[in-house]
Design a protein around this ligand. Structure first.
Ligand code: FMN
Length: 288
């Protein structure tokens, strides 16, 4: 029997919300951090058992994705609440997923766009967390050894001195990464599947479990996901338009097959390879 909720001391503006407390909730930031903290606290008091925070401000037609997410504010929410907090935003790779956990101290990380582009992102995050743990442990051992050598009178290079100076920060990060990696499965034994393998797996799954909505819905989902999974090589070999013109899942599968053959060199590509705009954006981002 569901238990009636006790009256809430600080009811949310919408009474329906307070009467049926949501158990898992996702919010964006309000305009002021104090408002967001108060709202998060209200949600927890109302029975929210897990709060996911997308670190961007409340949406408006002009402000859906206004730059990077404010993970510093997610960190403050995490400090305030006792229920688990999941950080969301700025996660496009396995390394960024681990970074977002380190930056916020959150109990979990969520990614939407990142997982659409790379469904293997979580496997990559697990591998990265374990690799970082080993790297930081080695760095700490090196810092200790260098410190001992300096005590014995050896002159350290600038780089070595920096390692010694950074040892306290490295120790703190190591403790964090140990906590994160201990809660994760062991590192995957195999390398994560490349995009073409994921695309082929996706096509197999769609054949097995067609989405509701008939052939047109199936095709629009398939084109959407395959474009995201293989955007870089599809653009490189000028196959984006071919994919978008497909009239069946089999035709989509053939475009992916051709793209893989061009990329792997088993079929000669006649056209001019173009650096895709996604690639250009990545290059620009790296420079800034
Ligand atoms: C395909 C898709 C569907 C989404 N649907 C919802 C939704 O129904 N409700 C919601 O609050 N957010 C939704 N979002 C937003 C995500 O939950 C997430 O907060 C946002 O995409 C930012 O995270 P990201 O940078 O990892 O994509 C959706 C995002 C995507 C990509």
């Amino acid at each position: 029997q569901p238990q009636p909720s006790p009256p809430h001391p600080h009811p949310l503006p919408d009474r329906r919300f307070a009467a049926v407390p949501p158990r898992l909730t996702q919010i964006r930031l309000l305009d002021e951090i104090d408002e967001t903290l108060a709202f998060a606290q209200q949600l927890q008091d109302a029975g929210c058992a897990l709060l996911a925070v997308h670190g961007r401000y409340r949406g408006s037609p002009m402000r859906r994705r206004d730059g990077p997410a404010h993970l510093d504010q997610v960190a403050l929410i995490k400090q305030r609440l006792s229920v688990p907090v999941v950080t969301n935003g700025n996660v496009r790779s396995g390394a960024e997923l681990v970074d977002s956990l380190l930056l916020t101290g959150a109990d979990g990380a969520m990614t939407a766009e990142g997982a659409l582009d790379d469904p293997a992102i979580f496997a990559k995050a697990i591998a990265h967390a374990h690799a970082e743990r080993s790297r930081l442990a080695a760095e700490r051992r090196r810092a200790k050894a260098l410190k001992a050598q300096r005590r014995d009178g050896r002159h350290l290079t600038e780089e070595e001195a920096a390692v010694v100076r950074g040892r306290k920060a490295a120790k703190a990060t190591l403790a964090q990464i140990k906590a994160i990696s201990s809660a994760l499965p062991p590192p995957p034994s195999a390398a994560p599947p490349p995009p073409f393998a994921l695309a082929e797996q996706y096509i197999g799954l769609v054949e097995e479990h067609p989405p509701p909505g008939g052939a047109a819905a199936l095709l629009s989902h398939a084109v959407f996901h395959l474009r995201r999974l293989c955007r870089t090589p599809l653009a490189e070999f000028g196959l984006l338009a071919d994919l978008e013109a497909c009239k069946s899942l089999a035709a989509c599968a053939d475009v992916i097959r051709r793209c893989r053959a061009f990329a792997e060199g088993s079929e000669a590509f006649q056209g001019r390879r173009r650096p895709p705009s996604y690639w250009r954006r990545q290059q620009r981002r790296k420079k800034t």
